[in-house]
Ligand binder design. Structure first.
Ligand code: ADP
Length: 270
């Protein structure tokens, strides 16, 4: 199967210290990868390298093409932690915000009937179609995030990259947002790479974990994550099983068959 992202022996430093060192992995079509690791571990830097915003050593291929020759950016939707639009009070409508997502080739996109159809389709995917005519800055943070997700989806991307999209959301909106990403992956086949601190929710939906702490500590499916000695060495014995713990009592919260069980109390101590 062809890889959507192929990273081989990535190394990168901003100044004199390696921020990423010897990172290799493949993201395949249909994967939903949860990228976790400590603060400063290099997660955002890895995204910047994947998006061609920084250049390091090693090889990164997107859809089989080296990132510095890649031009089909409409195949990739990106949602950052903080969007300049979310901080603006400018009276721009939801439709206009989503339309901006069609400007991947830096050309202004007109509100043609075809483009508006794409906008409404993306809003429908994120269950935000009823917000189309509203002013973006009047929306709640949770609604704004669904609209920004629609903007990331409007070019019909095959790969969605998200950098801590749930940070500003309350618990209810966060749960809805992760369920929505799960639906995009499972029903619509969108490949997802999600950086998150929200390990309390992410284990339910993802298919693979990537644990980055300068080096790639772990990359593989949930079941392997549960059994990884390297992860246990980093997180503490058995702590990997407690990810998504609060939502699944009595059996391994990652949904693997490791047979590990935990009490709620244990979860609160982690
Ligand atoms: P994470 O996303 O896992 O928190 P980052 O990729 O943001 O990690 O950061 C990795 C390391 O690189 C950290 O030590 C951080 O301080 C450093 N760093 C990040 N951005 C820059 C920058 N623009 N210039 C210099 N150092 C940076």
């Amino acid at each position: 199967m062809p890889s959507i992202i192929h990273a081989r022996n990535i190394r990168f430093k901003y100044t004199q210290h390696w921020v990423l060192d010897g990172v290799s992995f493949r993201v395949r079509p249909g994967d939903y990868v949860g990228v976790i690791g400590p603060n400063g571990g290099g997660k955002t830097t890895l995204l910047k390298l994947i998006l061609g915003l920084e250049k390091g050593e090693g090889i990164i291929k997107l859809f089989g093409q080296p990132v510095d020759q890649f031009t089909a950016w409409q195949k990739i939707g990106y949602l950052a932690q903080k969007s300049p639009v979310s901080q603006s009070r400018f009276p721009i409508s939801v439709e206009e915000v989503v339309l901006m997502g069609l400007c991947y080739d830096s050309a202004h996109k007109e509100a043609t009937p075809e483009n508006l159809r794409a906008v409404h389709h993306a809003l429908a995917l994120t269950h935000a179609e009823n917000l189309a005519k509203q002013i973006f800055s009047n929306l709640s943070i949770g609604q704004q995030q669904r609209v920004l997700l629609a903007r990331a989806l409007v070019s019909n991307p095959e790969l969605l990259i998200l950098d801590e999209p749930s940070t500003a959301l309350d618990a209810g909106s966060r749960e809805m947002f992760f369920a929505l990403l799960g639906e995009l992956n499972q029903k619509h086949g969108v490949t997802i790479l999600l950086i998150t601190h929200d390990t309390g929710e992410v284990g339910k939906y993802i298919s693979k974990f990537m644990y980055i702490d300068r080096e790639l500590v772990f990359f593989g499916d949930k079941e392997e994550f549960c059994h990884s000695q390297k992860v246990a060495d980093k997180l503490g014995q058995f702590a990997q099983h407690t990810i998504d713990h609060l939502h699944n009592h009595g059996h391994c919260p990652l949904g693997c068959t490791c047979g590990h069980t935990h009490s709620t109390q244990e979860a609160h101590h982690d």
